[in-house]
Design a protein around this ligand. Structure first.
Ligand code: F0G
Length: 351
């Protein structure tokens, strides 16, 4: 049985004797070796960390389990978050498991169908805010300052504590830190959490080196790259449609301390990577996750050499979250046939 993030990493998390220990099976996600893209970018050791294999289909579960456990320990009785979809799905699941009422604030547009379906089915209260993620986020922050509600967005430090464990798993599996980590950036919590994890692992001498953190925003939502908040962020990658990242400062620290970069990728580049991941790697990810691979492809085309190095792309969420994007690809033939051998033989040129 999987131990889960709390039990497996308790010595390295703010877990006390009073922290309830539970798990929905988060963590221990696969690190899959690339079959195609690695060769294209001249990197023999390129891996994908499949965070879509977490219980609600995204990396958020690693942080949510810690945030919810600490909320219970500290007497919290109600969870709230703003979300582009994945945080709300995760909060709703862990809230349901622990019997804590959960309220999620989502933008009234651009939330992927699968993510909303999760929040509905897990039984969260859902407030659709007339505005984008940033407006919903400002609102919950204001609300939690005034009322005794537990904020489970990545401003909650326990979220980052939990999410850092993915860095531990990567080091464990590769037996050292990779040279590069490519990661999508939205509210900028995850890049900050990974850097925290790599630094802690380095201090504990689990690795003698640390990776360069390479973060990628979507071009229409690239506040950090442009150096100013974006009022109306736009991108097909709804998961990272964030105009004013809450963890902006921490992401800059991750970039600068690691000697990495934060750059942007266009929607076309994201869709190219999305399709390549599915068709050449067998990995169905959501567009926000494809931003990491799009970033790798972009930097490689611009002359970044990964020869001899190890790189990991963080695949933050599963493609099943957002099937509408899949349907928007170049249509494939899906004709109907009678349920007859001769008919299908003819269709397959086997007659
Ligand atoms: N990938 C996916 C699939 C996401 O859902 C998110 C963020 C990110 C990457 C970026 O991570 O915010 O830590 O920089 N989703 C948030 C949400 C905003 O509400 O679910 P980040």
């Amino acid at each position: 049985m999987k131990r889960g993030v709390l039990e497996r990493f308790k010595e390295y998390l703010p877990v006390t004797d009073n922290t309830p220990m539970f798990s929905l099976g988060e963590g221990d996600t696969p690190l899959v070796k690339s079959r195609y893209i690695g060769g294209e970018v001249g990197c023999e050791e390129l891996y994908f960390k499949l965070e879509g294999c977490n219980p609600t289909g995204s990396f958020k579960d690693r942080g949510m389990v810690v945030a919810v456990a600490k909320a219970i320990e500290e007497g919290g009785t109600r969870l709230v978050c703003a979300s582009t979809g994945n945080t709300s799905a995760s909060a709703a699941a862990y809230g349901a498991y622990c019997g804590i009422p959960t309220t999620v604030f989502v933008p009234n547009e651009n939330v992927a169908g699968g993510k909303l379906a999760q929040a509905i089915t897990y039984g969260a209260s859902i407030l659709r805010i007339k505005g984008n993620f940033d407006a919903a986020f400002r609102l919950v922050v204001e609300l939690t300052k005034k009322h005794p509600l537990v904020l489970v967005n990545s401003l909650n430090p326990y979220r980052l504590e939990g999410q850092k464990t993915a860095a531990f798993e990567i080091i464990e599996e590769l037996e050292s830190a990779p040279d590069y980590v490519f990661i999508p950036v939205g509210n900028a919590g995850n890049i900050s959490a990974y850097w925290m994890g790599f630094k802690q692992a380095h201090q504990m001498e689990w690795t003698s080196s640390m990776p360069k953190m390479m973060g990628f925003e979507a071009e229409g939502a690239a506040a950090i790259v442009k150096g100013a908040p974006i009022e109306e962020p736009e991108t097909i990658a709804s998961g990272i449609r964030v105009g004013n990242p809450a963890n902006w400062d921490k992401a800059l620290v991750a970039r600068d301390e690691s000697g990495g970069a934060i750059d942007s990728v266009t929607d076309d580049e994201i869709m190219e990577a999305y399709e390549l991941m599915a068709r050449r790697e067998g990995i169905f990810c959501e567009p926000a996750s494809a931003a990491s691979v799009a970033g790798l492809l972009k930097l490689s085309r611009n002359g970044l050499h990964l020869n001899g190095g190890k790189a990991v792309c963080i695949i933050t969420g599963t493609g099943l979250k957002d099937p509408d994007i899949a349907y928007s690809l170049e249509p494939v033939a899906m004709d109907e046939y009678p349920a007859k051998l001769s008919a299908v033989e003819k269709a397959l040129d086997l007659a």
